[in-house]
Ligand binder design. Structure first.
Ligand code: FAD
Length: 178
């Protein structure tokens, strides 16, 4: 299907990609006394040996400049279901008086979102230029998780309750028919 208008094509692309449900992460860097955080759902695990993850960071973001240096250390917090406000706070340029969320330090020095469902302490290994984003591939130096349901992002909206679906016996048939 061809779109004549490139903006409409991008909108349709975002809508289509939105069918892929993700969690929500907060990327966080500390430089001197300053801590900077940014919401990102473009996160994936990459490798077990060595442990690697990747995030896709827009060239337009401040985070992009923070992550430009080789070997820069940063954290990734995976938000839990009740942390939607945190996703919103870090998900757009400053908007009023939202209180900063509580942070914890991992390995004694690196901030993560307190009570996050999971966290990773990372160092940048590689930046792969990809259109208007850079895919930051990072080595994982430490990580942890807690027993908390994740915040889910799907079709541009946040969801906080996961429901286990019973297995669908007709699945095989449907796949063959498509
Ligand atoms: C659901 C969702 C998913 C997204 N996924 C991605 C993605 O995968 N990749 C991508 O590049 N962009 C993504 N974005 C967009 C990105 O989060 C925004 O464009 C963001 O504004 C970029 O942040 P920035 O680094 O430019 O800094 P800013 O826009 O200046 O900061 C972001 C927000 O965080 C606040 N903030 C930062 N540090 C602190 C602190 N220490 N204490 C309190 N508040 C602080 C700022 O006040 C501001 O409100 C996503 C946005 C949303 C909502």
């Amino acid at each position: 299907m061809m779109d004549q208008d490139p903006r409409e094509r991008q909108r349709r692309f975002r809508r289509t990609c939105g069918k892929f449900a993700t969690g929500i992460t907060i990327l966080m860097v500390k430089q001197g006394p300053e801590i900077h955080g940014m919401t990102a759902n473009a996160f994936m695990s990459v490798s077990l040996e060595p442990l690697l993850v990747a995030v896709s960071v827009s060239h337009l973001s401040k985070m992009h400049a923070y992550l430009a240096a080789d070997n820069v250390v940063f954290t990734i917090s995976v938000l839990q279901a009740r942390q939607r406000m945190v996703a919103e706070l870090f998900g757009r340029p400053h908007h009023g008086q939202a209180p900063a969320p509580a942070l914890s330090l991992v390995d004694g020095a690196f901030p993560v979102v307190a009570d996050a469902a999971a966290w990773f302490l990372c160092h940048k290994q590689q930046g792969v230029e990809a259109g208007d984003h850079t895919i930051v591939v990072a080595g994982v130096d430490d990580f942890g998780e807690r027993d908390a349901p994740p915040l889910v992002f799907y079709r541009g909206e946040y969801f906080s309750q996961l429901r286990e679906e019973p297995e669908d016996e007709t699945l095989e048939f449907l796949l063959l028919e498509q």
